[in-house]
Design a protein around this ligand. Structure first.
Ligand SMILES: Nc1ncnc2c1ncn2[C@@H]1O[C@H](COP(=O)(O)OP(=O)(O)OP(=O)(O)O)[C@@H](O)[C@H]1O
Length: 865
């Protein structure tokens, strides 16, 4: 390829030299015909050869000649009769080479090449056939040299050099020609003989033609050129100059009034050139301009000038009027708009590139669902999801459907479209969906409901369409829409206070898409929500989300299993079975996420202490921290306040100890924690409690009021610290009356209090009787508590003083101070806490009455001062 590229360049170079020689020959010897010319050259050469000392080449060639004669076997044509040498032809060829050398100053390499050619031919004593023909035809007969002739000639020389092993020289020459031909293309024909041959091969530069950058570069160059060299095509002059230099001399051909404020002067070029030989005005594109105040004054002045010169109206200089739009100014006026569009485009591309799929402004309607690839991403299996056996069983069916659809289809069963996983936060809904994908070995598209909500209209439905289209391309697969309540809220409820058309149309699109699946399409849609109650009924109907899987907070058994899953990754020397059981008992109401957090927190506590392994103590600290929040070391109470807190907490503790149906006490503390609690008493619910008796509720209320009663018994005044206790007690009592049917006066009725309803669901009369009943119940609980604590005033003092000294009392301390609790304890409690070791504080029992916090778990530690 390189040779092919080089060849035209070499040919061009050779033919140029040859043409030069022939033309030079003609000018040197104008009176001779070409054969005469060459015979002249020949004689001159013969003369010079006979008179000059022998050239080294000739000496060498003489030697070669002898060698040839002495060693005929070394001749290339050995075996053939040696060809008769044609000295005349050789000499004519050498003469031609001389002429070639003289006509152009060749580079040393080129000269060397020709020398080599000369030597080589001389050594052989003959010229090759083609060269012979060339000489005869073009030198002897004077026929013109065509490019084809030169190609043949050049190839012949090359062939000869190849045959005589001069390939290195040849390569050098070719490089030389290459360089020279490039030079000649650039139009910079320098003297080649003075230049050193370049080292290495020629550098090849690749130019890629980019039309857009070419246009932009051209425009910018033109603008710069016209800005910096405006005088090249135009020049401003005054009216006086115009008159004196051109108008009065009759050099003006035409005047053009531009935009009514400037005049372009067209001159009679030839006349201007002869009048002003050095002026640029003679150039074709050159114009003079002058400005005018107004068209009227210009016309008046022009008329006057014509009149002064006595030019008849038929021969007056013609005037044209043109309104030109200056393109540069126009382009500038569009500049800000173009800039704005360009930057919007650019930033939208950048912003979009973060998300998957198509980027840019045009990708806004594309789904943001993350696709987890089976082999790489979804490593979760059902074994990793603990404590929700029923939910797993339910969802297992989807796995078998995705794995072996035939089993269902052949019996004519319709495949379930999807399932809604509902439950409190952190209970493992996403985990279960991932495990379903992991088990079934299919791609998993995960998206959050809020990702369909954008400020642009139509984006939500478009993303839904895109998500489902993607899923259809990847069947079988699972789509998981987390927090579906963000878009799937009941449409009737949305209209209360405004409504949201965009959300509604997104929901409609989901409904349509789910309807759009045909029964054989293996796309399962799972959705997670914390609020199944607000979802649109249409979403829940059979044929869409067929299955409703409720995932509640784990039971004691579930917690134990979840702890077992998460403790696998933790380094601990504790007995695993006992540890899991004890931790599960300590963490009623914890969700899976809480448990995961708790285990991690314990490992962090251990690491902070630079321990080798995580011990029970670390777990208990972690649980305490998760429940109560951080210890508030910065909060320093005054001694009086501390005393009040101690007696308040001691009141709770004594109630919990001596009331039969109260939950067993685990820990009392007056160390401030979290945001509001100055102290707390903690109890362990006696097992999983699904039903509560009146006695249990009454004892729990009495226990909650214990703090305030103790304050009353021991101090002259009471504090504000019991307000949270009163809140709990009131809610419990209200629930007993309005929901549990535990009041004879109100009867077996259930009144749901709906925040969104303006009217209460009961009459004024009922409201009054509810109020009275609630008051009666609380009063009763209060009296019980007061009675008990008055009896146990001494014990309260004991516990409070010990608390002031130690700040925290465990169940052991209580046993030491008060003796064993006078009631039979729960079996599980005895199993894990009967030993009386340090007891971590579990959360107070969950109660239906609304001690549940924002996240579904009661986060308020029991009574504060
Ligand atoms: N049953 C469980 N077994 C093991 N780990 C669990 C379980 N439930 C929750 N977890 C842990 O809690 C983490 C959070 O769970 P996940 O995200 O599935 O909760 P979620 O119910 O989807 O929460 P949200 O409703 O807030 O989206 C999981 O990554 C896992 O570590």
């Amino acid at each position: 390829m390189a040779t092919l590229l080089r060849r035209p360049a070499n040919l061009a170079r050779f033919s140029r030299n040859a043409a030069d020689i022939l033309s030079a020959s003609r000018s040197f010897y104008p009176n001779h015909t070409r054969p005469q010319l060459w015979s002249l050259i020949k004689t001159r050469q013969t003369r010079s050869y006979s008179s000059d000392p022998k050239r080294p080449n000739e000496q060498d060639s003489g030697k070669d000649e002898k060698n040839k004669k002495s060693k005929p076997s070394e001749n290339k044509d050995s075996g053939k009769p040696p060809q008769q040498s044609d000295d005349g032809l050789l000499n004519r060829f050498f003469g031609y080479l001389d002429k070639l050398t003289e006509a152009r100053s060749l580079s040393p390499r080129e000269q060397k090449f020709l020398e080599e050619v000369r030597e080589s031919f001389k050594a052989e004593g003959k010229v090759p056939k083609d060269v012979e023909e060339f000489i005869k035809k073009h030198v002897d007969q004077g026929q013109p040299v065509s490019l084809a002739d030169w190609e043949k000639f050049y190839l012949q020389l090359r062939k000869h050099m190849d045959a005589s092993g001069k390939s290195e020289l040849k390569a050098g020459i070719e490089r030389e020609f290459m360089r020279e031909s490039r030079k000649s293309q650039d139009g910079k024909q320098k003297s080649e003989g003075k230049e050193e041959p370049s080292k290495g091969g020629p550098k090849m530069y690749e130019f890629k033609f980019d039309p857009s950058s070419f246009i932009v570069t051209s425009i910018i160059s033109y603008m710069l050129y016209t800005t910096f060299f405006p005088g090249e095509t135009s020049r401003d002059i005054t009216w006086q100059e115009f008159r004196a230099n051109f108008f009065d001399r009759g050099l003006v051909e035409k005047l053009t009034v531009l935009n009514r404020n400037r005049v372009r002067v067209d001159l009679i070029r030839d006349a201007v050139a002869s009048e002003y030989p050095d002026t640029p005005a003679a150039q074709r594109n050159f114009h003079y301009y002058f400005t005018i105040g107004s068209v009227d004054s210009f016309e008046r002045k022009l008329d006057e000038a014509h009149n002064e010169l006595g030019i008849p109206s038929s021969q007056r200089v013609p005037v044209a009027y043109v309104d030109e739009v200056p393109w540069f100014a126009t382009a500038l006026s569009f500049g800000p708009t173009i800039l704005l569009i360009a930057s919007v485009f650019y930033f939208s591309r950048r912003a979009g590139s973060g998300g998957g799929g198509q980027s840019g402004l045009f990708g806004i309607g594309k789904s943001r669902a993350r696709r987890f690839n089976q082999e790489t991403d979804v490593k979760i299996r059902f074994a990793d999801v603990a404590g929700m056996d029923e939910a797993k069983l339910e969802i297992m069916e989807f796995v078998s459907f995705l794995k072996e659809p035939d089993r269902f289809q052949k019996l004519g069963a319709k495949i379930p479209r999807g399932a809604i996983l509902s439950g409190p936060p952190g209970t493992g809904k996403t985990l279960l969906a991932k495990a379903t994908a992991g088990e079934s070995g299919v791609p998993f598209f995960s998206v959050s409901g809020s990702e369909f909500v954008e400020m642009f209209v139509g984006v939500g439905p478009s993303r839904v369409r895109d998500l489902f289209a993607n899923a259809r391309k990847n069947t079988p697969c699972i789509i998981f829409i987390d927090e579906i309540d963000a878009i799937g809220k009941s449409r009737s409820k949305q209209h209360f206070g405004g409504g949201n058309d965009e959300r509604e149309s997104t929901l409609n699109q989901i409904l349509t898409e789910m309807d759009g699946f045909n029964t054989s399409e293996q796309v399962v849609v799972l959705a997670g929500t914390n609020r199944p109650d607000v979802l649109d009924k249409a979403l829940m109907r059979p044929g869409r989300f067929d299955r409703h899987i409720t995932i509640d907070r784990p039971t004691m058994k579930g917690r134990r299993q979840i702890f077992a899953v998460h403790l696998k990754k933790i380094v601990t020397k504790e007995d695993m079975d006992h540890l899991c059981g004890r931790l599960a008992a300590l963490t009623p109401g914890f969700s899976g996420a809480d448990i995961a957090n708790c285990v991690n927190e314990a490992a962090l506590v251990a690491a902070r202490e630079v321990a080798d392994s995580v011990t029970m103590k670390h777990f208990e600290q972690a649980i305490e921290r998760v429940i109560g929040g951080l210890e508030k070391k910065s909060l320093v109470l005054s001694p009086e306040e501390k005393k009040v807190v101690a007696y308040h907490e001691a009141g709770h503790a004594i109630c919990g100890w001596y009331l039969q149906w109260a939950d067993p006490l685990l820990k009392v503390s007056i160390i401030p924690r979290g945001s509001a609690a100055l102290g707390y008493a903690q109890y362990l619910p006696s097992g999983e409690r699904y039903l509560m008796t009146v006695s249990q509720l009454m004892d729990r209320m009495a226990m909650t009021l214990g703090g305030r009663v103790s304050e009353e018994l021991h101090f002259d005044t009471v504090t504000s610290g019991a307000s949270d206790d009163f809140n709990k007690v009131t809610r419990m009592a209200t629930a007993m009356v309005t929901k549990f049917g535990m009041s004879k006066a109100v009867g077996p009725l259930h009144y749901e209090e709906d925040q969104q309803q303006f009217h209460k669901p009961f009459s004024e009369e009922t409201a009054r009787s509810i109020d009275m009943e609630v008051r009666r119940i609380v009063d009763e609980a209060y009296k019980n508590c007061q009675k008990l604590l008055t009896e146990k005033k001494k014990e309260i003092g004991l516990v409070a003083e010990e608390l002031l000294a130690k700040e925290m009392l465990s169940r052991d301390d209580m046993v030491r101070l008060l003796g064993p609790r006078p009631f039979v304890e729960n079996k599980e409690f005895v199993k894990y806490f009967g030993g009386g070791s340090t007891i971590a504080p579990p959360e107070p029992p969950l109660s239906e009455e609304g001690t549940i916090g924002k996240d579904g778990r009661d986060q308020t530690p029991n009574p504060t001062v």
